[in-house]
Design a protein around this ligand. Structure first.
Ligand SMILES: [Zn+2]
Length: 113
């Protein structure tokens, strides 16, 4: 059984056909999320022993948000010049394709507005 990914554009909420868009993540947000996560750990971790840390359940409420994957048509992309890691939608349509670990980042097209 093959399951096919249906990519829906975050902006216009319509499906993204092959060649029309990308699944992407802003690497600046990834770096910020990493910095925020490390800062949170330093503030919230209780070091029980070398290499063993504990966090209170209450502290988890302030855990920083991760960077978010997005899907956009090239024409709908709100940040076409972002420092992005992008994968063309057609390259991750099926579980078999994405599990093949042969996904390569796409060069994001620069769209004039
Ligand atoms: Zn769109």
């Amino acid at each position: 059984m093959t399951h096919e990914l249906l990519a829906i554009c975050d902006a216009c909420k319509r499906p993204v056909a092959d060649g029309e868009g990308t699944l992407w993540i802003d690497m600046t947000e990834v770096n910020e999320a990493t910095v925020n996560e490390r800062a949170w750990e330093q503030l919230e971790a209780e070091k029980l022993a070398p290499g063993v840390q504990s966090y209170s359940a209450e502290s988890l409420m302030s855990y920083p948000d991760p960077a978010r994957w997005r899907v956009h048509h090239a024409a709908c992309d709100p940040a076409p010049n972002a420092n992005a890691y992008a994968i063309e939608v057609h390259r991750c349509r099926t579980a078999g394709e994405s599990a093949g670990a042969r996904i390569t980042p796409a060069v994001r097209p620069h769209v004039s507005r």
